[in-house]
Ligand binder design. Structure first.
Ligand SMILES: [Mg+2]
Length: 233
C-alpha cells in the first residue's frame, strides 16, 4: 500500500512537550477579561474551571471549543485584543522541532503530502504564525485546527476533515503521527489510518481518554519517521 499522506498532531509532536502551570495560564487569560468589578483572582479561578470543563467535553464527547467559548463557559466577557499576556505565556512552548523542516521536505520530495490535525482552542492565525516564524508553513499541504470544526480527536470526523484538507480519500493511505495514545493513536486507527506514536510527553492523568490505541510504529524522534514510512510504501 502506498502512503500518500502523513498527518501530524501539533503539541508534543511537532513541538517539544513542556509541563505547563495551568494556574499561571489562567492568570494570563484573566488579563483579557473586561466589564467586571471583582478581583482578577476570581476571573482566574473561573477560567481555570472553564478550561477543565471544555477539555473534559473534548475528552468525553469530542466536542470542540474556541477561546471565545472558554470565556463564555466561565461566564466572563473578554476583549480578544487583550489576549497578549496569554499568547506570550504560551509562545515559548510553540517552537517547531528542528527536525520538522527536513522531515517534511523529504516526505514531499517522495510525493507524500504533509498535513496537520491539532486539538486546539486557538485560532488558525496563531498556528500559521508559529509555522511561518519557524520557516515550515510552506511545507504543509493541508491543516485542520479543531477550533474551526465541531469535533476534536479522536472523533473520526476530525480525522476525515484532515484527510479532506490534504486531498486524500483513502485512510489506508494515510499515516498519523502523535504523542497521545487516545486522541491520536486510537483515533487514527479507528478511522483506518496507520498510527505512529511518539511517547515523549507526560500527559496529565485527567487528559487520558477511555482507550489506549495500539500504534503501528513507535519512534523517539521525528527524523525516524521517514524510514518507517518508506518501509510501508
Ligand atoms: Mg499532542
Amino acid at each position: 500500500m502506498t502512503v500518500r499522506a502523513v498527518i501530524f498532531d501539533w503539541g508534543g509532536t511537532l513541538t517539544a512537550w513542556h509541563d505547563v502551570d495551568f494556574h499561571a495560564e489562567s492568570l494570563a487569560l484573566a488579563q483579557a477579561v473586561v466589564n467586571v468589578d471583582h478581583e482578577v483572582e476570581v476571573s482566574q479561578a473561573r477560567l481555570h474551571e472553564a478550561n477543565q470543563a471544555i477539555w473534559g467535553r473534548s475528552r468525553d464527547h469530542q466536542q470542540s471549543s474556541t477561546l471565545a467559548d472558554l470565556f463564555t463557559e466561565a461566564g466572563l466577557e473578554h476583549d480578544p485584543d487583550l489576549l497578549t499576556a496569554y499568547y506570550e505565556f504560551w509562545e515559548p512552548h510553540t517552537r517547531t522541532d528542528p527536525e520538522v523542516g527536513p522531515l517534511w521536505e523529504g516526505l514531499r520530495a517522495e510525493g507524500i503530502r504533509v498535513g496537520v490535525l491539532s486539538n486546539t482552542i486557538w485560532p488558525r492565525a496563531w498556528h500559521e504564525g508559529f509555522f511561518r516564524r519557524d520557516g515550515v508553513h510552506h511545507l504543509i499541504d493541508g491543516d485542520v485546527y479543531t477550533s474551526e470544526i465541531p469535533w476534536t480527536k479522536p472523533s473520526p470526523h476530525a480525522f476525515r476533515a484532515a484527510m479532506a484538507a490534504v486531498g486524500v480519500d483513502d485512510p489506508a493511505t494515510c499515516v498519523y503521527v502523535g504523542d497521545r495514545l487516545f486522541d491520536d493513536v486510537y483515533g487514527a486507527r479507528s478511522v483506518g489510518m496507520r498510527a505512529i506514536h511518539i511517547p515523549l510527553s507526560r500527559i496529565p492523568a485527567e487528559q487520558l481518554g477511555h482507550t489506549e490505541g495500539d500504534p503501528d510504529a513507535v519512534v523517539h524522534r521525528l527524523a525516524e519517521i521517514a524510514d518507517v514510512v518508506r518501509a510501508w510504501s
